[in-house]
Design a binder for this molecule. Sequence first.
Ligand code: PLP
Length: 399
Amino acid sequence: MSTEKTIERAENHLLHTYNRYPVVFDHGEGVRLYDDNKKEYLDFCAGIAVYALGYGNRRYEDALKKQIEKVMHISNYYYSEPLADAAEAITKASGMERVFFTNSGAEAVEGAIKAARKYAFLKDGKCDHEIIAMEHSFHGRTFGALSVTGNAHYREPFEPMIGNVKFAKFNDFESVEALVNDRTCAIIMETVQGEGGIYPADPDFVAKIRKLCDEKDILLILDEIQCGMGRSGSMFAFMQYGIEPDILTVAKAVGCGVPVGAFLMNGKVAKSSLVPGDHGTTYGGNPFACAAVAEVFKIFEEDKIIDNVNSVAPYLEKKLKEVVSSHDFLIGERGLGLMRGIVFDTSKKKPGDVVKAALSNGLVLITAGTDVVRFLPPLVITKADVDEMIEKLTMSLSE
Ligand SMILES: *Cc1c(COP(=O)(O)O)cnc(C)c1O
């Protein structure tokens, strides 16, 4: 079938909520995607930080095939071995005590908010608790997650939100402190803001927030849906800050392609929050999704995925900084590990135009915020892949 025909059939029936690029992807291998005309693309998007292991990882695929042949879904009223494997692996890797598996990132954030409110409710029996979130944050599109997303444009048409949410300035501790009162039950933030424009949290900001939360028994919810799972250079980005969250949300790369997310909590929250009847899901944590999660953690360990991030990320950073310094319309570079962005002077050039040009040059990139092109490659890329990317990027920047 022709590319145009496929696009037309899709557009005839899909609800128009995305302006898709006119590409029909067919399959992937390694760090490359191939379209329906067999054109090759170097992928520095990885399905938005999902395909951490690259395409066609045989071990991962065999584990999924084996599970499909046994059973894909049972119900959360029963146990399965993959569920036990996945729960063990994700709590061990994060240092959190307990986990609840979801089907997406947004649902993980929903669960995190419910757990935080329940924790506060059990303390004082009141129903007026407040949450502090950050400007320019992104936590997902469902109502709870949207309510703590710091982008008024995403929220406005759907008001009213869940309520009692206040927004502080990311990396500005005084702005957070000014919003705290005795109703504050949680502070939610991304350790590295992703959609908002690739802003890593300042170590000093994180340390002060943790201290404030400890002093006032406010729960710190870290959303590592995008920056987690090795992308930052440690299994979770918070590990580089020498602190631990009370609640952690994970998704995207935790399933490496299978839709799965999770919220996790420490012992303090687990002991005094959600109980049977408070929360549930039909699909969440089913044997198929959990077989993926369990295998992903095994492969991360055996293939030393994080070591590769730490060997390639400084090279990517150096190369991107060189690109920035040789273009007058580029004004900065920032990120953590293999989550990076270059910042545009949008009066001179638009990030969206560069992403389009890159796609025609066989390079998959995406934007972030209003002025950033984002780099979220599979975590298995090599320095040679970086060189090839830089070549294609440079070409795309000059168009
Ligand atoms: C992608 C993302 C989400 C939402 O995840 P979905 O799976 O799309 O619901 C939430 N938080 C962060 C930080 C994200 O990057």
